[in-house]
Ligand binder design. Structure first.
Ligand code: SF4
Ligand code: SF4
Length: 326
């Protein structure tokens, strides 16, 4: 009987939702387990790094790596899995674009440590110690991974073959990707394994979206009585469907929540946040600067709104705020 293809899963800086997405394959996971040999999956199975090191280069057919790269250990594991894998798949928004952890690029290591270990109100004054990368104890030297200044998407650290977008990717897309892999029917390297058009094209509310869409106010969904049968953006609720890659079947909109952009931009767009800002500017129905300012002030967290999943992969990549928590 031919050997089953070897597959690895790894978890960098993420919330763990992508690991859940694998489990969400439900009974489909049994087919995956029957078809592949999982050689590394720290969150679920007790393998050691030395098990991976002992494999021949390219001995793993595919490594699914979720999470952004924030720590030295994550970078080392990403490089090791790259060396040992024929294909590396960036799994989920954090790995694909930097994700929500990438919003930490508004600050740097020093200012983050300053807040968490010295200034946060929950701390007793002078009680906290910053984590040290190495400490001597009678038994020897203990080490911790280094905390990098900048959060990176996976392909800013290693070569990536495919991207599975989403926060997290849907079980259907995960199943499709695994099946394509097993059948050897993978698209060209660099492909994002989801839709190619913007989300609006698959949204059930698209027919109610006016051809010439103009709004006079940006509303927050939890403060608005929304008509669930009407395009959310046409009602003034900031839905990023027009600037987000399709493929999730408009999951959030079906739950009467606006799309926040987790599938990232479409192939033609380099910077999802800039595209979102530019789109919003084109639909704000004002000539007067004061009106425009008032509408924009209705967005309390512009970076978190337009760059929620993609700050590290944006043109900016990071910003430095000198006194972020003052
Ligand atoms: S803007 Fe949002 S609600 Fe409107 S059609 Fe697009 S995805 Fe659907
Ligand atoms: S609707 Fe938008 S935010 Fe929600 S799952 Fe789809 S792409 Fe992600």
């Amino acid at each position: 009987m031919p050997a089953k293809p070897k597959v690895a899963f790894y978890w960098c800086a993420s919330c763990g939702g992508c690991e859940e997405a694998v489990v969400d394959l439900a009974e489909g996971i049994l087919d995956v387990v029957a078809a592949v040999d999982i050689v590394f999956w720290p969150v679920a199975l007790d393998f050691k790094v030395s098990d991976v090191e002992a494999l021949p280069d390219k001995g793993i057919v595919a490594s699914f790596i979720n999470g952004a790269v924030r720590m030295s250990e994550q970078e080392e594991m990403a490089r090791l899995l790259r060396k040992k894998s024929k294909y590396v798949i960036a799994f989920g928004s954090c790995s694909h674009l930097g994700g929500v952890p990438g919003l930490a690029n508004l600050w740097d290591r020093q200012s983050i440590f300053e807040w968490y270990y010295h200034k946060a109100p929950s701390l007793a004054e002078g009680s906290a110690q910053e984590p040290r990368e190495s400490v001597e104890v009678p038994e020897g030297t203990l080490t911790l991974p280094a905390f990098w200044d900048t959060v990176k998407a996976l392909d800013q650290v290693i070569d990536v073959d495919y991207y599975l977008p989403g926060c997290p990717p849907t079980p259907k897309l995960v199943g499709n990707a695994v099946n394509a892999l097993l059948r050897g029917e993978l698209p060209p390297k660099g492909s994002v394994l989801a839709g190619t058009r913007a989300l609006c094209h698959e949204c059930p509310l698209n027919e109610s979206k006016p051809e010439k869409l103009l709004i006079k106010e940006v509303k927050r969904v939890h403060l608005t009585k929304v008509d669930p049968e009407k395009c959310l953006l046409a009602q003034g609720v900031l839905c990023l469907g027009p600037v987000t890659r399709g493929g999730c079947e408009a999951l959030c909109v079906k739950g009467v929540m606006p799309c926040t952009g987790c599938f990232g931009p479409t192939d033609e767009v380099r910077d999802q946040g800039a595209k979102g800002i530019s789109y919003l500017s084109s639909i704000l129905d004002f000539d007067d600067e004061a009106d425009i300012r008032r509408a924009i002030e209705g967005i309390p967290d512009p970076v978190g709104t337009f760059y929620r999943y993609a700050l590290p992969r944006s043109i900016l990549m990071r910003t430095k705020v000198v006194k972020p928590h003052a």
